[in-house]
Design a protein around this ligand. Structure first.
Ligand SMILES: Cc1ncc(COP(=O)(O)O)c(C=O)c1O
Length: 423
């Protein structure tokens, strides 16, 4: 592959560039309306670690004090917990209204304000995931107004929402005042797997940009793939030309198919524009059963669990794909073998008891135990089903009966717990 080069003379240096890569990242920043945009060839996972490193570097310069902590909505991707272990952050989980799934957290600006006022010390920032795996979006404008009031940066895991800035009515976290966010370009834009952005809002450029290159190089490879970088550069061209129109047409198509599915009797949940979220439990079937059925129709979902199937589409989906979906909608068990709705399973609100810090637990001696025997022990590694890679217990937390129930609900039978002196 002739373009599979790395940081050779003339090809610039990714995080300390002054040539083609710097120019390309500036183009991306203009397109997203950010204060600064950095490319990642190691996904949002790298950007999340970098966001925390930026906060920590800036904080140490100012304060040089005890372990930093974040206020975070509980449905974090495991890469945030990894970042906390590596950088020795603590997490204080924000409360959520009752929900039916670990993927979503319902957080209002009032709840955030109450939580901030409850803190004995000032957090380094507030961290949320929006959109989440089930296509739910958080009121980022509301939350960012609260964050501004208390001078806290709002960090958003926007891995699923890179496209949001290009909607007719832009809905990207930066459009609503987030201080920093990560976007997995590879999830919703035409970029190669692993390609992602770290964005810094214009208002926070002066404060955070001086640390960005150092933070990204702390965790990133010294051999970034130029294939991925070129796909990000090509993506700029696409975003600046036909993408907004293609996206608008796609959103219309999705709105139409959602109406068609509903008229067939299939339960479709409201969601962000590019996801089609089926509440199969409402139609009497587990999502995983329907995902299997869809495979017979050559349809592959993004995610399925006991209650939902999530489909993601792009402008690149072909007419054949759309035909397959329509054909499946006519033939599916959901409409041909009608059943009573499955009983609702609300996710219990998980009470956190931090027995160790995330870092202590992540590096402690550990062993695997059957879920029931792990109750009362300290979690040593985020045991997650992937997707959604959302930890039910975070390392350092004492495992409760409610967590054990949830592990079993998500098909997890063994958990990694700390041993020895931590028993
Ligand atoms: C919500 C969320 N955040 C972060 C990530 C990590 O993104 P990446 O795969 O680009 O590293 C994922 C991956 O699926 C995700 O779903």
């Amino acid at each position: 592959e002739p373009y599979d080069i790395t940081e050779i003379p003339g090809a610039d240096v990714l995080h300390h560039g002054n040539g083609i890569l710097a120019e390309s990242q500036e183009n991306a920043a203009r397109l997203f309306g950010s204060g600064a945009t950095h490319y990642s060839t190691e996904g949002s996972s790298l950007c999340i670690k970098a966001m925390l490193a930026i906060l920590k570097m800036e904080h140490e310069v100012e304060h040089e004090q005890e372990r930093p902590f974040l206020l975070a909505a509980r449905n974090v991707h495991r890469s945030l917990v990894d970042a906390c272990a590596l950088l020795d952050f603590s997490l204080c989980f924000l409360p959520s209204q009752e929900q039916a799934n670990i993927c979503s957290t319902r957080l209002s600006k009032e709840m955030l304000e109450k939580a901030i006022l409850h803190c004995k010390e000032k957090p380094l920032g507030v961290y949320i995931t929006s959109p989440d795996y089930l296509g739910q979006m958080t009121d980022i404008a509301g939350l960012s107004a609260v964050c501004k009031k208390y001078e806290l940066p709002l960090l958003v895991d926007n891995a699923h929402g890179a496209y949001l800035h290009f909607l007719k009515q832009p809905m990207h976290p930066l459009d609503f005042g987030a201080a920093m966010c990560c976007d997995s370009a590879h999830k919703t834009l035409p970029a190669l797997t692993g390609a992602a952005y770290l964005h810094i809002h214009r208002d926070y450029r002066e404060r955070f940009e001086p640390y960005a290159a150092q933070a990204l190089t702390l965790f990133g490879s010294t051999s970034p793939s130029y294939l991925l970088l070129q796909s990000l550069d090509l993506c700029n061209q696409y975003l600046s030309q036909e993408y907004p129109q293609s996206l608008e047409r796609l959103v219309e198509k999705i709105t139409l198919i959602k109406k068609e599915l509903l008229s067939c009797g299939i339960c479709v949940e409201p969601s962000e524009p590019l996801k089609i979220v089926l509440n199969t439990a409402q139609n009497g079937y587990e999502g995983t059963v329907i995902a299997e059925e869809m495979r017979e129709f050559a349809l592959e979902c993004e995610y399925a669990d006991w209650q939902s199937v999530v489909l993601m589409v792009t402008p690149e989906n072909t007419e054949t794909d759309w035909k397959r979906l329509r054909y499946w909608a006519l033939e599916t068990k959901l409409v041909k073998e009608i059943r009573k709705a499955l009983p609702q399973k609300a996710v219990p609100s998980l009470q956190t008891e931090w027995a160790l810090t995330i870092r202590e637990a992540a590096f402690a001696r550990h062993t695997m135990l059957p879920v029931r025997e792990a109750v009362g022990k300290i979690c040593a590694a985020e045991t997650v089903s992937c997707p959604p890679a959302i930890p039910i217990a975070v390392c350092g937390e004492r495992i409760t009966e409610e967590m054990a129930e949830l592990f079993l609900q998500y098909g997890i039978e063994e958990v990694c717990v700390c041993t020895d002196k931590w028993e």
